[in-house]
Design a protein around this ligand. Structure first.
Ligand code: PXP
Length: 243
């Protein structure tokens, strides 16, 4: 049976525009400009991760993004200073993620089931501030149920395992897990998103999961933007040099 088609939204994560900027610690390239450019092209929201070490996105970026874009989804771990910025800026949504200082990127899902009182307190503060809370979790029934119990409105499934699977069988198994977890989450009334490691080669199978309403994609889009924009950037410089 063909499932009634829901609208599938795209959240464009601009962290890695800030990564390039922070390599020089100057103003450009500006992730806020990237977010603004992404909107007319089809970005339904923009995503930015304020990490504890502020390695890419800065607090000021979050403030500027909130003013510049239609919907801001702020990714964050529950670090004290980061929570304060979120409560001050009031993004449309916060996505709670685990964070390890030494990791290159968010390596796995949040342990909501074992999150304890600190996580519960953080969720309560966001709910009191009427900021929608999404939990970035692995495709796991216990984590989905724990997210409902804590009062999250949404879950985002970490698709990193699926994206990095080395064999077709492994990829199929990961996909089955995501499908089952998405069906459970939707049946419990959660909004369902997915993201991490999605790219032009692997996104189609995820798109076909009917319960998923939003994909959040960063690295692949920013990487493609660099390559697709390279000829124009070189032409621009060459034209100036010829003048
Ligand atoms: N969703 C969440 C919760 C993430 O932590 C990330 C990575 O920052 C993404 C989506 C985007 O992942 P990628 O950059 O691999 O597309």
């Amino acid at each position: 049976m063909v499932h009634p088609r829901r609208v599938l939204r795209l959240g464009v994560n601009v962290d890695h525009v800030a990564t390039v900027r922070q390599a020089r610690r100057i103003a450009e390239p500006d992730p806020v400009v990237a977010a603004i450019l992404a909107q007319p092209a089809g970005a339904d929201s923009n995503v930015a991760h304020l990490r504890e070490d502020r390695r890419h996105i800065q607090d000021a970026d979050i403030r500027r993004l909130k003013k510049a874009v239609r919907r801001l989804n702020m990714e964050m771990a529950i670090w004290p200073g980061v929570i304060e910025t979120a409560l001050e800026v009031r993004p449309e949504r916060v996505t709670l993620v685990p964070e390890r200082r030494e990791e290159l990127t968010t390596e796995g899902g949040l342990d909501v089931a074992g999150g304890g009182p600190r996580l519960a307190r953080a969720v309560r503060r966001f709910r009191d501030a009427r900021i929608l809370v999404s939990m970035f979790v692995g495709p796991d029934a216990d984590q989905v149920r724990a997210s409902v119990a804590l009062g999250a409105a949404a879950v985002e499934f970490h698709t990193g395992h699926y994206a990095n699977a080395r064999t077709a069988a492994g990829r199929r198994a990961d996909l089955d897990r995501i499908r089952a977890a998405a069906a459970l989450a939707a049946s419990l009334g959660l909004e369902v998103a997915a993201g991490h490691g999605l790219n032009l080669a692997n996104v189609s199978a995820i798109v076909r999961i009917p319960e998923i309403e939003e994909l959040n994609i960063g690295h692949s889009i920013v990487g493609r933007a660099i390559l697709a924009g390279m000829p124009a950037a070189v032409r621009e410089m060459k034209a100036l040099m010829r003048r």
